[in-house]
Design a protein around this ligand. Sequence first.
Ligand code: FE2
Length: 376
Amino acid sequence: METSVARKVADQTANDFLPLHGTDYVEFYVGNAKQAAHFYKTAFGFQSVAYAGPETGVKDKASYVISQNKLTFVLTTPLKTNNPIADHIYKHGDGVKVLALRVDDATDAWHQTTKRGGKSYLEPVTLKDNDGEVVLSGIHTYGDTVHIFVERKNYKGAFMPGYVKWNSTYNPASTGLLYVDHCVGNVGWNQMNPWVKFYEDVLGFKNILSFDDNDISTEYSALMSKVMSNGNGFVKFPINEPAEGKKKSQVEEYLDFYDGEGVQHVAIATNNIIETVTDLQNRGVEFLKIPPSYYETVLDRVGKIDEDLKPLSELGILIDRDEEGYLLQIFSKPLEDRPTLFFEIIQRKGAKSFGKGNFKALFEALEREQDLRGNL
Ligand code: FE2
């Protein structure tokens, strides 16, 4: 018997002009892709997947593909100056260039989104090799960031044509990272609503949650945020903009140092955040420190949880609850010298929200770091 909920989901899917199967990969433009690949393998437990560069006939860049469960990163560096990748790194430092989305039909995705006002980045192109074919297309989003639509249903190779399988004898153990839960964009003053409209109009996303500066403010800094989700909920993009506070907000600091709009954080799911974060910390990954006082009252706010509080407090893992369950989350320090991109590690136990109850503790922790950098 069909329930009304099932019918609603079916209707949404039927009306979805851009059905998405989730994040295909995240591509970073970095100053040294060889070293970045080693860092993500060693510190985060990624495995070598594929490589493209001069040895494979690519003259102007080198790309290393690494993965862990359903999480795929591409690390790309330019080989010469006077190259758009080099320009991107000169302006932004290391950062996310591509949020790639898996689709059944990349040609249709391009037509559907560009006819709704999306600015083309890549016209549909079919790449072929002995393992089959991949169709790519792409549109621009905020800043210099782009979405690539990836159609790979007819491909069985390591990554995509143009890449060779990367066999490495160095294979650090996984840290239990599973897939991209959400990716957050920081946009400029008064730019949140135009980008919300972009995701609604061009990609058919819905605004599922909003936070204003009353939700997200500390003594000093404030921001506003709206969470955009596609129809099946596999792809979620919160969009932040700065709000007026006593001092410079964390979003402003990002915009200053990234020199424009871009991806603020990639949130990665795990099924066991205590094990994952213990492992990451042992491998040298640094996280924001949360004051012990947070743990004195947190259970009054969130109620009973399955985990012991002691390891959560030792690791600095935050807890929040919504109507559907609770979540555990932690935020890394920036992954590069500029205070720009960082990672969130998240374990959802029913909750579908984003940790609103932690914003104050989190932002105070961020401000302490900002203050150390002299940017508060
Ligand atoms: Fe997040």
